[in-house]
Design a protein around this ligand. Structure first.
Ligand code: AMP
Length: 218
């Protein structure tokens, strides 16, 4: 499976990605984790990324895109991957599309995690107390939620128009949310024929929603 997890900070993408990667035995590619590891090691990439990560801003597209394209070229990504935190801008999504089209390995599904801002803020503030992440201060949390709304939320439309988007209610127990996601993926499996091409007989409307409609319903 080639899956993108989309959603605001604090929605639980990382937690679910770890569980799903384990379930599907595929690599979990988290751009946030890669940046944090590079910052901790003081690599040139980490030095470039640090100021953006600490401020809660997005690392420039060209830096992120180059990093992810290199990661996706690794042998362990050949049979699938779970992208967590990428893409976050339309330019990143377009770069990913181009790359996957070149390889004839399109995405199967984009899961968009949904939770309201109060819930997200509460979770992020809780995580700040627990983990002490450099970007989990109150003002930075607010800023990251704003950055999500302005730069990343447009990807909901982007992927909806491509018939790839499924929404996931990200509020509840971790285990219950995993069950929800697996069910969404099971249904998405019906819409996809395994190699990522649209199944014949389904309309565009049927692809972008949850309904299955015969071709004659167009
Ligand atoms: P995350 O752990 O996914 O919330 O990412 C932490 C931080 O890493 C973000 O606030 C950004 O500064 C940076 N980052 C992660 N992924 C991306 C991306 N796709 N584009 C730009 N910056 C990113």
């Amino acid at each position: 499976m080639r899956i993108v997890l989309l959603g605001p900070p604090g929605a639980g993408k990382g937690t679910q990605a770890t569980r799903l990667a384990n379930h599907f035995q595929c690599p979990h590619v988290s751009t946030g984790d890669i940046f944090r590891a590079n910052v901790a090691e003081g690599t040139p990439l980490g030095q470039t990324a640090k100021e953006y990560v600490d401020r809660g801003d997005l690392v420039p597209d060209e830096v992120v895109i180059a990093m992810v394209m290199e990661r996706l070229g690794a042998p362990d990504c050949e049979s699938g991957f779970l992208l967590d935190g990428f893409p976050r801008t339309v330019a990143q999504a377009e770069a990913l599309d181009r790359r996957l089209a070149d390889m004839d390995t399109p995405l199967h599904v984009v899961l968009c995690f949904e939770a309201d801002d109060d819930e997200l803020f509460r979770r992020l503030a809780g995580r700040s107390a627990q983990l002490g992440r450099s970007d989990d201060g109150e003002a930075t949390i607010r800023h990251r939620l704003e950055v999500y709304a302005s730069k990343t939320r447009p990807l909901v439309d982007y992927y909806m128009h491509r018939g790839l988007l499924d929404l996931v209610d990200a509020v509840g127990q971790v285990e219950d949310i995993t069950v929800r996601i697996l069910e969404v993926l099971r249904v998405a499996g019906y819409r996809r024929n395994g190699n990522g091409h649209r199944r014949p007989g389904l309309t565009r409307a049927a692809w972008s929603g949850r309904i299955h409609a015969p071709r004659t319903a167009r």
